[in-house]
Write a protein that binds this ligand. Structure first.
Ligand code: 5GP
Ligand code: ZN
Length: 113
């Protein structure tokens, strides 16, 4: 997808600090971390937002959730705890229009909701 920042990261055109990669998924450290541990997990297929999840591509999203425990363990927060956050659309503050899940760990202080 032209002009998509995360597609450029997948293609290696923009460097990133990778924490996990396989044929379908890439996870890398957020450039502006909002928690002591902050990774962004993306499918390698361009899906613009949660609004674009369909029966055809939902397996990619399921695949991300299957790998979240692996990534959390790699980042050292599997046992201490973490949040998975998806921002969809303007009101939620989505800035990159390639679906992604924030993995946020290393914080304490309870729930956000
Ligand atoms: P959103 O605001 O769309 O939920 O999340 C986009 C995230 O991508 C933000 O947390 C932002 O800091 C991160 N980000 C934006 N540009 C880059 C970049 O070039 N490299 C990395 N690693 N993260 C980025
Ligand atoms: Zn993209």
């Amino acid at each position: 997808m032209e002009d998509c920042l995360f597609c450029k990261i997948i293609a290696g055109e923009i460097p990133s600090s990778k924490v996990y990669e396989d044929d379908d998924i890439l996870a890398f450290r957020d450039i502006e971390p909002q928690a002591p541990v902050h990774a962004v997990i993306i499918p390698k297929t361009h899906i613009a937002s949660a609004n674009e999840i369909t029966a055809e591509n939902s397996g990619l999203i399921a695949g991300i959730f299957e790998k979240i425990p692996v990534i959390a363990r790699e980042l050292g927060v599997a046992d201490s705890g973490y949040r998975i956050v998806n921002n969809c659309g303007a009101d939620a503050g989505q800035t990159v229009k390639h679906i992604h899940f924030h993995l946020l760990g290393g914080t304490t202080g309870g729930k956000l909701y």
